[in-house]
Design a protein around this ligand. Structure first.
Ligand SMILES: [Zn+2]
Length: 406
């Protein structure tokens, strides 16, 4: 898998609209599409123009924004839907249809042969109406469909020569990385067309599954900001970026504007009324916060010891938590030096022990730790504590969690 040979299909404006608190206005969509374009995703996917009159107008408007990213919409495999989608001027159309026995029996009610005929009819129509429109077909619920049914569908449609890309959808999030790898690899051996993976996160495998898809030869991965989508969503954009960063950070930085990751997420959290989860990849509050003394010492010597990802590549900063019983003398020395206080090794060791003892008995604030440092310094230099506080410009709370876009 080469990092320059895959594309992100960013579906915050389609799958993400299906998230339980999402209700994007037209203005929201323009803002979000613009930020996604700034970040550098190759595609954005929009809700079907058949969903509502506003959805139709939004498809038209976003297509006319002049973005570098290609604009796709996602439709049922219906001739009428295809006509409406073409009418909006989008760059590409993503068709889907269920192939699992559950969806065939309780969803559209068609046999595999009927399904192939319908896809062929709609694909032929789109291609002859607009040969330049990128066309994708994706069987829904691929991992609960029989492999023979899936391959019959893929091979029959591939022979038409009308489809640019095949989708593989883990619609209910049941697939494991091995299953995804095997299915993508099998399809890779059957066709030279692009392969797109869409993975739901019901069982926590969405990022690993997306990565397995890339390893097996997939070319496109669907994501949403924060992973929002139907139920608990799909592969989160930041999670995929984190996974890929560890392979080749320079290449990833050339492909995407990594400093835009946090502002992009802040925009979405504002729109959907949800905070960024503390443990979210790269941009979560805890992602670069270091606490244990052993970790802090090593990080201060060389950040690579306990960080697989460099926060500065994303315009973020790491933080060291010092006001707790797990703190260490290196963290405390680092804090003293941040405050501009020259203390010797013995003083730092004594203060560290004091902090540990105090933290065993009560919650300590950063300000209280700073006071200990200041008072030791002032006693040593026989200075007026009031004056000393005024002369130091750094904010006492600066060591608590910091996260700034740079
Ligand atoms: Zn989905």
């Amino acid at each position: 898998m080469a990092l320059n040979q895959f594309a992100i299909v960013e579906s915050t404006l389609r799958e993400g609209e299906q998230f339980y608190t999402a209700n994007f206005s037209s203005n929201d969509k323009v803002q979000i599409a613009t930020e996604l374009d700034n970040f550098g995703v190759e595609y954005i996917e929009l809700t079907s123009p058949c969903a509502s009159p506003q959805s139709y107008r939004d498809c038209q408007q976003l297509t006319q924004l002049g973005l570098r990213t290609k604009v796709l919409t996602h439709i049922r495999c219906h001739l009428e839907d295809a006509k409406v989608a073409l009418d909006t001027g989008v760059n590409g159309i993503n068709m889907f249809m269920g192939t699992s026995s559950l969806l065939r029996q309780f969803g559209h009610g068609k046999s595999i042969n009927e399904l192939i005929d319908l896809v062929a009819e709609v694909a032929t129509f789109i291609h002859y109406q607009s040969p330049q429109t990128e066309l994708r077909f994706s069987p829904e619920d691929a991992f609960r469909s029989s492999l023979s049914d899936l391959l019959r569908v893929y091979l029959a449609i591939d022979q038409l020569g009308l489809i640019n890309r095949f989708g593989i959808a883990d619609t209910v999030g049941v697939a494991t990385p091995n299953q995804v790898f095997n299915l993508v690899q099998t399809l890779r051996q059957c066709t030279d067309k692009e392969i797109e993976f869409h993975g739901h996160n019901d069982t926590g495998c969405a990022i690993a599954n997306s990565y397995a898809a890339l390893e097996a030869g997939a070319t496109h991965i669907d994501t949403t900001v924060l992973g929002i989508g139907e139920r608990n969503g799909i592969t989160p954009l930041a999670g995929l970026i984190a996974r890929l960063y560890t392979i080749d950070p320079e290449q990833l930085a050339r492909k995407y504007q990594l400093h835009q990751l946090l502002p992009l997420h802040q925009l979405i959290t504002d729109k959907i009324g949800i905070k960024i989860p503390f443990n979210h990849y790269i941009i979560g509050e805890a992602a670069f916060s270091h606490k244990a003394g052993i970790h802090t010492k090593a990080i201060l010597n060389n950040p690579k010891t306990y960080e697989a990802i460099d926060p500065s590549d994303f315009g973020l900063t790491r933080s060291f938590l010092i006001n707790h019983k797990l703190t260490g003398k290196h963290a405390i020395a680092n804090r003293a030096s941040q405050l501009g206080l020259q203390l010797d090794t013995l003083q730092i060791q004594t203060i560290t022990q004091q902090i540990k003892a105090l933290a065993d008995q009560q919650d300590l604030t950063v300000e209280e730790v700073d006071e200990l440092l200041y008072s030791t310094f002032n006693v040593q230099h026989n200075r007026n504590p009031e004056e000393e506080f005024k002369s130091v410009s750094i904010q006492p709370s600066a060591i608590s969690y910091q996260q700034v876009a740079g």
